[in-house]
Write a protein that binds this ligand. Structure first.
Ligand SMILES: Cc1ncc(COP(=O)(O)O)c(C=O)c1O
Length: 329
């Protein structure tokens, strides 16, 4: 059962499966589990926090949601708005693919395109959010978003027999990281190290950790456009003071190659998972890296949980375009 959201309302997310990946476990010589957030209603973990924020805002009374997101957060917000019977405008950057735009529209969202990266779309969303009765649904930087994401850790606690030795997750704006840290505190697991994965060119968390303060990247040059933020949430940086957070940054080319190899699908024996995970280049790459670079896993003695955040689908043509862009042919 999913835990109740604020005010006793049923949350919009489901309790997702946690599966041991035999292939990854064998490769790493440790038990490797995957939390399959791709089975959430909109294909990613985002519905946990974004759904919780939307439900709380609706209860307080609002006439429209406004969300800036080139992908999963926007889909989650549009889904929540539909469930709540409220209109929503989703501002997306021009890099957002037509498939995502169509899915947003199918969910009833009004889609506005503004800027080339999320930060620019977000600026426009913040302008619109000044309209009376409109409520901004931030994709990663809001305490209610973190509170919703924290449910992931409670679920891990409920389904694992022993405490994991590490948790691996992808960082975009840092909302997932903040939510997992909140969850770790809730269940008393704050001593578990977190491996925080980014791609170069979307490495705003890595840059902030190195500088000891928030850093704004000049641009998102990674192909992981849908989740990259030029600046992470301040809370993400605080999290690194409260828990051991190991930053790991990987190359785009490796990420795309990992996608093509379908390593996720191989591990789970399901092609559809790979298709969904394609957009989530960071996670795919790290999963593949964990397989290939056994050193990362050897450091983990018993159990590693991969936070498969899930992702909306990508078309074969988009993958092809990414390969050409990265000179992988
Ligand atoms: C599938 C997936 N994983 C991880 C992330 C990173 O989440 P956050 O922006 O909260 O760091 C995102 C962000 O969009 C995502 O879509």
């Amino acid at each position: 059962m999913a835990t109740q959201s604020g005010g006793g309302q049923k949350p919009f997310h489901i309790v997702s499966p946690l599966l041991e990946s035999l292939a990854l476990s064998r490769a790493g010589g440790t038990k490797v589990y995957m939390k399959l957030e791709n089975v959430q209603p909109t294909g990613s973990f985002k519905i946990r926090g974004v759904g919780h924020l939307c439900q709380t805002a609706a209860k307080k009374g609002c006439c429209r949601f406004i969300c800036s997101s080139g992908g999963n957060a926007g889909l989650a917000a549009a889904y929540a708005a539909k469930k709540l019977g409220l209109p929503i405008t989703v501002v997306v950057p021009s890099t957002t693919g037509p498939v995502t735009v169509r899915r947003l529209e199918e969910l009833g969202a009004e889609v506005e395109v503004s800027g080339q990266v999320w930060d620019e779309a977000n600026r426009r969303a913040q302008e619109l959010a000044q309209t009376k009765g409109w409520v901004s649904i931030h994709p990663f930087d809001h305490p209610l978003v973190w509170e919703g994401h924290a449910s992931l850790v409670q679920e891990l606690k409920d389904s694992l027999e022993t405490k994991p030795d590490a948790i691996l997750l992808a960082v975009g704006g840092g909302g997932l990281l903040a939510g997992v840290v909140a969850g770790l505190h809730q269940v008393g697991w704050q001593d578990i190290p977190i491996i925080a994965a980014e791609t170069w060119g979307a490495h705003s968390f890595h840059a902030a950790l190195a500088a000891g303060r928030l850093v704004t990247l000049p641009d998102i040059t990674s192909v992981a456009k849908c989740l990259g933020a030029k600046t992470v949430a301040a809370r993400a940086l605080e999290c690194a003071q409260e828990c051991q957070v190991i930053s790991q940054v990987v190359e785009d080319a490796e990420a795309v190659r990992a996608v093509e190899l379908g390593s996720v699908a191989k591990c789970l024996g399901a092609k559809t998972v790979a298709a969904r995970a394609l957009e989530c280049a960071q996670e795919c790459q790290v999963i593949s890296q964990v397989v290939e670079d056994a050193e990362a896993v050897r450091a983990v003695e018993q159990c590693l949980v991969l936070g498969v955040g899930g992702a909306s689908s990508i078309q074969g043509a988009q993958l092809q375009a990414l390969k050409s862009q990265l000179g992988l042919e």
